[in-house]
Design a protein around this ligand. Structure first.
Ligand code: FES
Length: 141
């Protein structure tokens, strides 16, 4: 093999190794490798009327609001990151079990964001909610 031919082969092999490593790292979705609620200071507000029944949910400005009780007091609502921390699955409130569940792989979180069941390994971010008149306000913290 000529020197030039050897160097070309070596260069192509090196490029393939680098590309393979990059694709592997970029495409990896391990457990708990996402935290969709990052960032602070973002505020969202929604009207109570947009959450008419227990289990209703609405997303505003990257914050997911759930109604978790029937009354219109502030304690009847929670605000969380918009998707599951595992692989960004959709979240629902399951009243009978008093918890948030992911519809993708079944992770479960308490209303405070604590992991109750995997595969998620990162807790769900939960933001403080205030109520002014009929408007719920949450701010990422
Ligand atoms: S996306 Fe996998 S448990 Fe939520």
């Amino acid at each position: 093999m000529e020197r030039d031919e050897f160097l070309k082969t070596l260069g192509i092999s090196f490029a393939m190794v680098c590309a393979g490593t990059c694709f592997q790292a970029c495409g990896k979705k391990g457990d708990g490798d996402q935290d969709p609620g990052t960032g602070t200071g973002t505020t969202a507000s929604v009207e109570i009327a947009s959450l008419p029944a227990v289990g209703s949910k609405v997303t505003a400005n990257g914050i997911l609001f759930f109604r978790i009780a029937a009354s219109n007091s502030v304690n009847s609502f929670i605000a969380t990151a918009p998707v599951c921390t595992h692989e960004a699955g959709q979240l629902i409130w399951v009243q009978a079990e008093n918890r948030i569940k992911c519809t993708n792989h079944g992770a479960e979180f308490s209303s405070a964001g604590t992991i109750l069941l995997g595969p998620a390994t990162t807790p769900l971010r939960v933001y403080p909610v205030t109520l002014t008149g009929t408007t719920l306000i949450a701010t990422k913290s």
